[in-house]
Design a protein. Structure first.
Length: 318
């Protein structure tokens, strides 16, 4: 006489669902005869729910004679399950099997909605560079899933740039998309902008339904260079006729000396980096006010005076 046995391809089934993304796909367990003869009259008991509410799992057989399949159909959406872990047991029977009944343990994990998380959490700090001195260092941005389902659940990531003020087309983000975890680099192109402050908005989004985008503003500050931009303004206005080595202080003939003189003067100070209103240089180039004892540093060109003020306000970079 044959010994018929119910053999299962697996006795534990783990299923993951994510809130807002519909029901997960059905799972199957192969049922075969581990002995001789015909393993028939296969049947299922009602699903036994061992934790959480009932009704979220459908179970059926593809046939009543082995080989057959146990088909498990999860329905967390129809059962309105929230995030959590739910368990059930499916029992398979055959009166002709010596090891009947057999059971399959089913675990359903419902994960919360994926959520975009970035690091740094506030986005990039300002890019800063000096005109003519190359681009600032790239800045990394890490993108992960801060919600449920693990990083693999956060797919279809895209990073876009919108320019809000100043010049455009200065921020390059690479790569511009992918799947979490993802690290992108922000690169500011100093050759694309004029000295000043430029602001862009970076938006990280996902094609996963229901996932909210994350946006942050980033600033690019390109400062005037004393050596390349500012010193020439004094030369253009004939200030070097008096301000040379051995002449009137400060010596403006060479960039290193002129820069050192302007920033080292203390009685009174000529330049206070970051504040064009506290040093005497701005007063002197305007040619009026209590600081003026002579007009040898007066600059008549208003745009040149404004440029010097901006240079000081930007931190008086060399």
């Amino acid at each position: 006489m044959y010994k018929r046995q119910i053999t299962l391809s697996r006795t534990e089934v783990a299923i993951t669902a994510i809130v807002g993304q519909g029901n997960p796909a059905a799972e199957t367990v192969a049922i075969t005869n581990g002995g001789g003869g015909a393993l028939d009259q296969l049947s299922l008991d009602a699903v036994a729910y061992t934790s959480g509410p009932a009704g979220w799992l459908g179970a059926g057989l593809s046939g009543s004679t082995a080989p057959a399949s146990l088909i498990l159909t999860p329905d967390p959406v129809g059962s309105a399950l929230g995030p959590g872990t739910y368990t059930a047991t499916v029992t398979i029977r055959s009166p002709s099997a010596t090891n009947s009944p057999r059971t399959v343990a089913v675990t359903l994990t419902v994960a919360d909605q994926p959520q975009i998380a970035i690091n740094p959490t506030r986005g990039w700090t300002p890019f800063e560079a000096i005109n003519g001195r190359g681009d600032p260092q790239p800045k990394p941005l890490q993108i992960t899933n801060g919600g449920g389902g693990g990083d693999a659940a956060l797919t279809g990531i895209s990073v876009t740039v919108e320019y809000l003020s100043g010049d455009s087309d200065w921020l390059l983000v690479t790569p511009s998309g992918g799947t979490a975890p993802l690290t992108v680099q922000g690169n500011a192109d100093a050759s694309a902008v004029a000295p000043g402050e430029h602001v862009a908005r970076v938006t990280v989004s996902s094609s996963v339904p229901g996932v909210d985008p994350v946006s942050f503003n980033v600033t690019f500050r390109l400062a005037w260079s004393f050596e390349l931009d500012i010193l020439q303004l004094f030369a253009d206005d004939n200030c070097l006729g008096c301000h040379f080595s051995g002449g009137t202080f400060p010596d403006l003939q060479s960039a290193p000396t002129a820069y050192a003189h302007l920033l080292s003067a203390t009685s009174p100070p000529l330049v206070t980096p970051g504040d064009p209103n506290t040093g005497d240089l701005v007063c002197k180039i305007v040619g009026s006010g209590p600081c003026v004892t002579a007009t040898d540093m007066r600059i008549d060109d208003l745009s040149a005076r404004n440029q010097i003020r901006e240079w000081i306000a930007q931190g008086a970079k060399y």
